[in-house]
Design a protein around this ligand. Structure first.
Ligand code: 8X3
Length: 256
């Protein structure tokens, strides 16, 4: 990964942050996007010092298409040749039934998980095509495989990520570009705290009795796909804890 430029959205926490650490540890230079500027600055300082890589910050909300467009189109020559795009920014808010869920929350989740991913893809892929190389890695979810209770809108967005990944792979089939959809199961990150609207206790309880994955576990799969030889396209990876079988079936030991 030496001298490769990797652009990660939602790099301020969870899987995105773990990908930043993994790719930096392998010598990649990073463009990090997130909304949390202090966190990005902290991560930049840490990684630049620890791994002697270059890190450029692009703090914006992927829902803001104008800001995203200006930020990406204004990248300097040093940064504009993006080798790997990791579309990671995404969230879920609440566990409500579809007919009881909140329209303003649909907007946030759908606009981030689907339209945000599309926006960044639309802005980055033409440059990759011009240069004749590039890899788009979308962070999907096991939630995109089948709906589960209280997950209606979120599951729909992750099914969309699957289709957008497949569609892009089809559209790029005549090119050297690769498209990967990574589909994590239960991963213990701040993601679940947001799902439970800030209720950390409920989020923690959800993982009681099961050895959940970490962001680092997922970053290993992302890296595996990125590090494959150029003729190998890892189309999808579904990664679960050992004691999870589907989006709804897992085994949790009784613990106090
Ligand atoms: C999040 C994983 O298991 O909560 O994408 O659907 S899960």
């Amino acid at each position: 990964m030496k001298n490769k430029t990797v652009f990660i959205t939602g790099a301020g926490s969870g899987i995105g942050e773990a990908c930043a650490r993994k790719f930096a540890s392998q010598g990649a230079n990073l463009i990090l996007n997130a909304r949390n500027v202090p966190k990005l600055v902290e991560l930049k300082n840490e990684l630049a010092e620890k791994y002697a890589v270059r890190v450029h910050l692009l703090p914006f909300d992927v829902r803001d298409r104008n800001v995203a467009t200006n930020a990406i189109q204004s990248l300097s020559d040093e940064w504009k040749d993006i080798d790997i795009l990791i579309n990671n920014a995404g969230l879920v808010i609440g566990v409500d039934k579809e007919h009881e869920s909140h329209p303003d929350e649909w907007d946030i989740v759908i606009d981030t998980n689907i339209k945000g991913l599309l926006t960044i893809t639309r802005l980055v892929v033409p440059g990759m095509l011009k240069r004749g190389s590039g890899h788009i890695i979308n962070i999907g979810s096991i939630a995109g495989e089948a709906a589960y209770p209280g997950g209606s809108v979120y599951c729909a967005t992750k099914a969309a990520v699957r289709m957008l990944s497949d569609g892009l792979r089809i559209d790029l089939v005549e090119t050297p570009l690769r498209v990967t959809n990574i589909k994590p199961g239960m991963v213990k990150t701040n993601f679940s705290v947001v799902r439970y609207r800030g209720d950390k206790q409920t989020a923690d309880n959800f993982y009681k009795g099961i050895h959940a994955l970490t962001g680092d576990d997922i970053a290993e799969s992302v890296y595996f796909a990125a590090a494959a030889p150029p003729h190998v396209q890892i189309a999808e990876i579904l990664v679960m804890p050992t004691n999870q079988a589907t989006g709804t079936i897992s085994f949790k030991k009784d613990v106090e």
